[in-house]
Design a protein around this ligand. Sequence first.
Ligand SMILES: [Zn+2]
Ligand SMILES: [Zn+2]
Length: 327
Amino acid sequence: MRALRFDGRQPVYVDDAPAPTPSEGEAVIRPLRMGICATDLEICRGYMGFTGTLGHEFVGVVEQVIGEDRRKLTGRRVVGGINAVCRQCDMCRAGLSTHCRHRTVLGIQGRDGCFAERFTLPAANLVPVPDSIDDDTASFAEPLAAALQAKAQLHIEGEPYITVLGDGRLGLLTAQVMAQLNASVRVVGKHAAKLEHCEKWGIKHRLLDDVGLRQDQDVVVDCTGSASGMTTALGMIRPRGKIVLKTTISPHDPASVNHIENLARIVVNEIEVIGSRCGSIPEAVDSLARAEVDVLSLISRRMRLSEGVQALKVAAEPHVMKVLLDL
Ligand SMILES: [Zn+2]
Ligand SMILES: [Zn+2]
């Protein structure tokens, strides 16, 4: 089977990956469209210590289901939650299954990802995609869910000033989601061409070099994907403000040493820091069906799975937004 894998040193494209063997309750999925995200790039720099098949953003067709839900899902076009959970630990029983103590995560932790001819996920993770949503749009369900999670974790009072830091794929998704709140939202980034997208959505935007670090924002959402994002966020946030962190970086990143200094500023200014990861896939599908966010503008390139090693390089280029893969 063809697959794009990380071998612990570098990404490799192989044609002899073993076909997946689904367990009870799992589905075998053939991806129709796959998306490359910053997490995939960080994994290739050592994040999570993962080795195996990369990828966690997909829309695909269910080819087989072992056990329950067989008739309901086989042949359906689906997207899915990436955490495969035990349903028995204290976190699962408390309704916090994305924090399952025994979870595996598609293409990130203990489970081969979706950049392959076939992959598996629990059938319970899968959400059918309505016909009104095309494959390109549907492939954004997982990152959109992550953006929606940032909104779900904030309790907005008054009409706050919110800065979304970072003009990449996740930043521009998150900005569109935040713009649904009763808030004054701006995106701050380093790339004029990327920020330009905000014009058609009516969202304010500024280049990082043009904004002062005035500690006047009520909320800063760090979508930079960079170790320097937190330092910039602390320069923008007002005392007692909230920083939502979407950035995950490899511990091998040299800039991560700034974190000790940043911790002191969090204490002194009594900043609330909110870590934010995966969100609700059904809510993301609903949002896509209602066309609440523009995802198609974010597509920069389409490449084949066989070009996957090159596609990861392209996705890391500063001017590139979403790179989609086909089988
Ligand atoms: Zn992702
Ligand atoms: Zn669990």
